[in-house]
Write a protein that binds this ligand. Structure first.
Ligand SMILES: Nc1nc2c(c(=O)[nH]1)N[C@H]1C(S)=C(S)[C@@H](COP(=O)(O)OP(=O)(O)OC[C@H]3O[C@@H](n4cnc5c(=O)[nH]c(N)nc54)[C@H](O)[C@@H]3O)O[C@H]1N2
Ligand SMILES: Nc1nc2c(c(=O)[nH]1)N[C@H]1C(S)=C(S)[C@@H](COP(=O)(O)OP(=O)(O)OC[C@H]3O[C@@H](n4cnc5c(=O)[nH]c(N)nc54)[C@H](O)[C@@H]3O)O[C@H]1N2
Ligand code: SF4
Ligand SMILES: [Mo]
Length: 691
């Protein structure tokens, strides 16, 4: 038997043909016909079903017993504990005292069910997801500039662009198959990187601009300044399709190359060169990821990138665009259909007509839809600290490791009266602290759809049964709805395929319209389908790029120039903490908190076993830290040991630690972008010394 299924790691959205022999042997091969990966894969993808075999899988729910130990129980007992405890908390402290934290790693249908069950069924107002840690910035920036959270590109743009500018992105290890697409580009493109570190991507580009880590917004405004000063603009485009350019022109007037050079550490000529490269390019594309989204002025940086594309008319044509690459397999699905920051389908909780419309489509009372936005992730946590939120349900994310300033997180969680964790493993850093662990099936053991970075919906298929009594997240949510007493509300939500039908109705007429997609089989036949796909669209296989007609989603059809004042980094370096700590991805074979990739021998052998800190040769020599030696890295939050990786990746004054190790977030500084509330993982003041 053979099925085609999409990889459950990154947002590239590669597809695999998975063959099961009569003896049960499973073979995984990248699908040669799939338009995303065209027969290629990264090492994680080839092995994406291996972590499912690990012996720490949660095979049954686990409930904390009188002795304080997690003990295996039946689903009936687990559901009873879930309902009894959360209802008791709600009775005592009010409905809003329970909240949920979801993910960008579940299929869209499961995310929609979680969001609607949580908010409409259980009466929760507050629910957010790990997408806040990752994509909130891009979502906010697109909404403000374009009127909807709509990344405009299609992967074909990698092949048709003649200038590709990567900003705060390391695609060679983080999006390796997207990087393969660039190799197919026949335009002999110029590849540019703006990143404080000399990363794996820096080694492959034509030109690397190693900026100071607190200077990205200044550089982006400086580039706009040079473009304006030289008249390197697409005036008709600005005139016809945008609003707010004159104010932006005034805003960037002080950002002279000299002042920008001081702040960024780049030469005046470098800044001029980069602006000239943008000007000379015929099809210029800008690609950004976490160096932007996790910046301390994150939304402002993303908007500044969008502005560069708008003012030079690099949008809506092949090979162009201000393009935010997503992170997790279904980050895009989470942004639109998780019912957290917007009502499913991209509607506004604050808009009465929107609430009515969605309520009608779902056949529920409009009064069940909260008329307030959820608190953001960090605000939910602060509410736990204050004692207002007492019950928390964490699904498919591992924040005891991944949240910024994790010791504070761990301490704060002690204030909860009940913590439920839903994970495929029973012993993650988060599950260990739960009162109740719900045993979940993994990608490969269930069905649904993911939406990748280019807005392409791909199908995941069930290849094997989950171990023991583990259930798909979908089935867990369904059983909770019944045990809670709101099962009737979800009677139509009988399977992922049935939910897809509901999402088609909800999305109809929205920018993310998917009503023209018949079913999962059609998605599979077409090699995935990008949104928008309204009813009546005939050419499904055609790649879709947004804004080709120059019309945006604001009521007047125009894009906005958005900008703000440049701020200082929220945590300052000083004599005691003289280094800037950057964090991010370490290798192609490590995924986040490593619950999955660390279970695969082949992958584990390909990355350093111990936590490490990259430091420049000059700093290491000065401080007497040798290659591979243990060093002590300290911030105002805590202190960790890490092996020194001495070399040329970071500049003097900066150090870097990968997020995959538990220690890293002991050090990070809890600042949140004021507009997106995304954590600023990319800037903290630390000291370092030999152990
Ligand atoms: N192998 C692997 N691949 C992954 C993941 C994984 O865990 N492992 N995770 C996936 C997910 S969820 C995500 S979000 C993506 C993340 O993908 P990326 O964003 O590409 O990865 P990061 O390493 O987090 O950050 C990118 C770069 O930002 C730079 N940076 C830091 N500060 C600044 C700054 O001030 N300015 C600029 N210009 N750059 C800065 C860092 O030096 C780093 O090289 O990767 C996805 N792919
Ligand atoms: N210092 C620092 N910290 C960071 C970052 C950084 O750059 N620097 N990056 C941030 C970013 S961009 C991200 S996206 C986050 C990621 O942070 P997390 O979301 O915490 O990381 P994961 O390890 O992917 O956690 C996913 C969890 O879900 C479980 N799981 C996997 N599949 C399933 C499933 O199908 N069902 C269920 N129920 N569970 C499942 C896994 O076992 C794992 O425990 O980390 C953030 N943290
Ligand atoms: S590039 Fe991403 S989607 Fe593709 S195989 Fe690797 S991890 Fe999976
Ligand atoms: Mo992410």
């Amino acid at each position: 038997m053979a099925v085609c299924s999409t990889c459950g790691y990154c947002s590239t959205g590669c597809n695999f043909t998975i063959t099961t022999s009569p003896s049960g042997e499973i073979k995984v091969a990248p699908n040669p016909d799939y338009p995303v990966n065209k027969g290629t894969s990264c090492p994680k993808g080839f092995l994406h079903l291996e972590p499912l075999k690990a012996n720490d899988r949660a095979t049954k729910p686990l409930l904390r017993n009188a002795k304080g130990e997690l003990e295996q129980v039946s689903w009936d007992a687990a559901l009873d504990a879930f309902v009894t405890n959360f209802k008791m908390i709600q009775k005592k402290y009010g409905k809003e005292s329970v909240a949920f934290l979801g993910t960008g790693q579940l299929p869209t249908e499961e995310l929609a069910l979680l969001g609607c069950l949580g908010k409409f069924g259980m009466g929760l107002v507050h629910g957010d997801g790990n997408t806040r840690q990752c994509m909130a910035t891009a979502a906010k920036a697109y909404k403000l500039s374009f009127g909807f959270d709509a990344p405009p590109f299609t992967y074909h743009d990698y092949e048709t662009s003649d200038v590709l500018i990567f900003i705060g992105a390391n695609p060679v290890i983080a999006h390796p198959v997207m990087w393969n697409r660039i190799k197919k580009n026949q335009q002999n493109p110029q590849l540019i990187l703006i990143d404080p570190r000399k990363t794996e991507t820096a080694a492959k580009v034509s030109r690397h601009f190693p900026i100071a880590p607190d200077s990205l917004l200044t550089l982006l405004y400086g580039l706009a300044h040079v473009l304006i000063a030289n008249g390197w603009l697409d005036e008709p485009y600005i005139q016809n399709t945008t609003k707010g350019f004159d104010a932006f022109r005034q805003h960037v007037a002080p950002f002279t190359p000299e002042s920008v050079s001081n702040k960024t550490g780049l030469g005046v000529q470098d800044i001029f060169d980069l602006a000239e490269i943008i000007h000379n390019g015929k099809r210029v594309s800008f690609w950004w990821t976490m160096g932007v989204n996790q910046n301390f002025q994150a939304v402002a940086c993303a908007q500044a990138i969008i502005n560069l594309a708008l003012m030079t008319g690099n949008i809506g044509r092949p090979g162009t665009g201000p393009n935010s690459i997503t992170g997790q397999a279904n980050a895009m699905g989470s942004r639109i259909f998780s019912n957290t920051t917007s009502i499913i389908g991209g509607y506004d909780f604050l808009n009465r007509d929107h609430r009515r419309k969605v309520a009608d489509i779902l056949g529920i009372d409009a009064g069940l839809i909260p008329d307030r936005n959820s608190m953001a992730y960090d605000e939910i946590l602060k509410s736990v600290q204050k004692g207002d939120i007492k019950g928390l349900w964490i699904v498919c994310t591992n924040p005891f490791h991944s949240w910024i300033n994790r010791s504070w997180f761990e301490k704060t969680m002690k204030g909860l009266e009940y913590l439920v964790v839903q994970d495929m493993y029973h012993d993650t850093d988060t599950a260990k602290h739960a009162d109740l662990v719900l045993a979940a099936a993994a990608c490969g053991e269930k069905e649904g759809t993911f939406i990748n970075s280019e807005r392409r919906i791909g199908v995941i298929r069930k290849v094997m049964d989950p171990p023991g009594d583990a259930l798909s997240d979908f089935e867990i949510f369904k059983r909770i709805s019944q045990a809670w007493g709101c099962g009737d509300m979800f009677s139509e939500w009988s399977s992922p395929a049935a939910v897809f039908e509901i999402l088609k109705r909800v999305s109809k007429g929205q920018p993310c319209d998917i009503s023209g997609i018949k079913d999962f089989d059609m998605i599979e036949r077409c090699g995935g389908i990008q949104w928008p796909c309204p009813e009546g669209l005939n050419d499904f296989a055609q790649e879709r790029r947004l804004f080709e007609d120059g019309r945006y989603f604001h009521d007047d059809g125009k894009a906005r120039f958005c900008f703000t004042d440049v701020e200082q980094a929220p945590e300052r370096t000083d004599e005691a903490y003289p280094f800037v700590l950057l964090t991010g991805r370490g290798t192609v074979v490590q995924w986040h908190t490593q619950t999955r990739t660390d279970k695969v021998d082949t992958l584990r052998k390909m990355h350093p076993a111990d936590v490490y800190v990259e430091i420049s040769s000059a700093d290491a020599e000065r401080l007497g830290i040798g290659q591979g030696q243990w060093a002590v890295v300290r911030s105002r939050r805590g202190e960790v040991r890490a092996r020194a990786l001495v070399g040329g990746k970071v500049k003097p004054g900066n150090v870097f630690m990968p997020m995959h190790y538990f220690e890293t977030n002991e050090l990070t500084f809890p600042f949140f972008d004021p507009m997106s509330r995304e954590p600023s993982y990319k800037y903290a003041a630390v000291s370092i010394r030999p152990e």
